[in-house]
Ligand binder design. Structure first.
Ligand SMILES: [Zn+2]
Length: 301
């Protein structure tokens, strides 16, 4: 069994066939956690997860690219120049908080157990606005919105799914800075789609965080300077598997020559195989350890 801890089946790319995609994964003994990146996709994730008895879960959060001024950004430079327009969403704690409750007989009073994390949230300094003043302003906004969402995670005793691009030192600063409510000792979570160095990874591990890997570990997709070095330095007990669908399709899953071909949770098996190859262990060992890790962190039952 495998768990794709980061598959956006709640995104528009799956609007036509989200259920088929999820059924395909479940039939292959693969569970899925769908993180939101703004209010609408968070809500969608909660709705989809609610239709499944088991194996499909939601996370809710506001992604750092959507906190600043509206602009066109790249998804991933190696993926055929795909781009999207950011949402310029103001973080509204109340709306997100309401997604954490399930209603029963018209009353909202208990925590929805299908919402297993706050995410994806974090810092993205790679895709900031061009204008210098706007850049600085947005860095501050991103940090503030991140802090608010960490506090939400702590309040509900949920783990966080962290996104971080070109801002690893800044993220460490935020996580290490104590605020009245932000006690990092209690903070649980994963740094997803890891692109930092082996050295930086140690600092996140010391904080108790897990590290998530996806198609970026394949040379053909891009992107870590030395995937083997980074992966070797992280114990299996702290690794989570993910796809980041619909992005970052593993080369083994690509039919034809289109690198922008849609990724899906079913393909998380290729990430497991690559980690097994790098660590020189069996795929079964990677599967059982990472599945146990995900079940522990997200308290999946
Ligand atoms: Zn994502």
């Amino acid at each position: 069994m495998l768990i794709d801890t980061h598959g956006h089946v709640n995104f528009n790319a799956f609007r036509e066939d989200a259920d088929e995609v999820l059924q395909r994964a479940l039939a292959d003994d693969t569970w899925v956690i769908m993180p939101g990146s703004q209010y609408s996709t968070s809500k969608k994730a909660v709705e989809i997860a609610g239709n499944y008895e088991k194996g499909v879960y939601a996370a809710i959060g506001l992604h750092p690219v959507h906190t600043g001024e509206k602009r066109e950004v790249d998804v991933m430079e190696t993926q055929g120049g795909t781009s999207f327009t950011t949402k310029e969403e103001k973080f509204d704690l109340k709306s997100y908080r309401s997604l954490l409750y399930a209603s029963k007989d018209g009353q909202r009073f208990f925590q929805n157990r299908k919402v297993v994390a706050i995410g994806e949230v974090g810092l993205d300094y790679y895709r900031l606005p061009k204008n210098k003043e706007a850049r600085e302003k947005e860095k501050i906004t991103q940090k503030n919105v991140l802090r608010e969402q960490i506090e939400l995670a702590l309040e509900f005793d949920l783990p966080i799914i962290l996104h971080c691009r070109a801002a690893h030192e800044n993220l460490l600063e935020v996580l290490e800075a104590p605020t009245a409510k932000l006690q990092t000792a209690k903070l649980r979570g994963v740094l997803h789609s890891y692109t930092g160095s082996a050295e930086q990874a140690q600092k996140f591990l010391e904080m108790g965080l897990y590290i998530g890997f996806n198609g970026l570990i394949f040379k053909e997709v891009l992107a870590l300077p030395e995937p083997a070095e980074v992966i070797s330095s992280i114990p299996l007990e702290r690794i989570l598997l993910e796809t980041d669908s619909p992005y970052l399709t593993p080369p083994q899953a690509i039919v034809g020559t289109d690198p922008t071909m849609r990724n899906e949770p079913l393909f998380v098996k290729y990430v497991a195989e690559e980690i097994a190859r790098i660590k020189g262990i069996s795929v079964e060992e990677v599967a059982s350890a990472t599945t146990a890790n995900a079940k522990t962190l997200f308290r999946l039952i």
